[in-house]
Design a protein around this ligand. Structure first.
Ligand SMILES: [Zn+2]
Length: 238
């Protein structure tokens, strides 16, 4: 028998919020969130869900407290993904684009407070559209509760800077990926849904099957250890 190599897997999904097709479970309709639960059930997987705290100014998480109870703590971690996700004041698709340092700080602190009101502790953020400028990054470096920022770096190793981790994406679930000998952690990324089909990287049926095949194809060689991003960045692993 060949010795299997341990490899950590951090699955993450963006844009999840309490709306049908975007993360709200409905017993009569199978949606992409059910695909995430399928991966949890099949492999004992864990997920980091990046949640906008008030998607489109319509889905304020503090008004949907019951929603969080769908997600058992052993398998799910929540992290911040902006407030409205869009910049409504300036009619821009990406929330933090064009926001001053103080506007950004106000937004982020507001979202952190909203999670607090839901009794959810968060450690990380991925800015909507992955957009952040250096002044905004400075704000995050100053925030005690933030341990990590999921940004658009590639690779499988976070960068540790100013006491925080900048977490990369190793691959997205619609892509083919061959595990490298040097990989210690696989940061696997997706979005919950995209009605405009601008992105292929969503938790649809095809991509879910692809992810299942990825784990099955590699399971004789690798022992997958599922962790949330918060768990791998909470210590001295890197
Ligand atoms: Zn997003």
């Amino acid at each position: 028998m060949v010795d299997k190599k341990d490899i950590i897997v951090c699955l993450s999904c963006d844009d999840v919020h309490p709306e049908l097709f975007w993360g709200l479970k409905n017993k009569d309709i199978y949606t992409n969130i059910d695909n995430i639960f399928k991966i949890v059930d099949m492999f004992g997987a864990k997920f980091t869900l990046f949640v906008p705290t008030n998607w489109n100014n319509q889905f304020d998480i503090t008004k949907h407290l019951g929603w969080f109870t769908y997600f058992p703590k052993e398998h799910f971690e929540f992290a911040l993904h902006g407030n409205t996700h869009r910049n409504f004041e300036k009619n821009l698709p990406i929330e933090f684009f064009d926001k001053s340092k103080s506007e950004f700080e106000t937004d982020v602190l507001k979202s952190i407070q909203m999670f607090k009101e839901c009794n959810i502790e968060i450690n990380g953020i991925r800015p909507p559209g992955w957009y952040i400028n250096s002044e905004q990054l400075d704000v995050l470096f100053g925030l005690k509760c933030i341990n990590y920022m999921g940004l658009h770096e590639s690779g499988s190793k976070p960068i540790f800077v100013n006491g925080k981790y900048i977490v990369p994406v190793t691959f997205s679930i619609h892509e083919d990926y061959e595990i490298k000998d040097t990989d210690k952690v696989l940061f696997i990324h997706s979005h919950i849904f995209d009605p405009t089909s601008n992105t292929d990287n969503t938790f649809n049926r095809i991509n879910t099957e692809k992810l299942i095949n990825f784990f099955n194809k590699n399971k004789d060689k690798y022992n997958f250890i599922f962790k949330t991003i918060g768990e791998v960045t909470n210590g001295t692993m890197f």
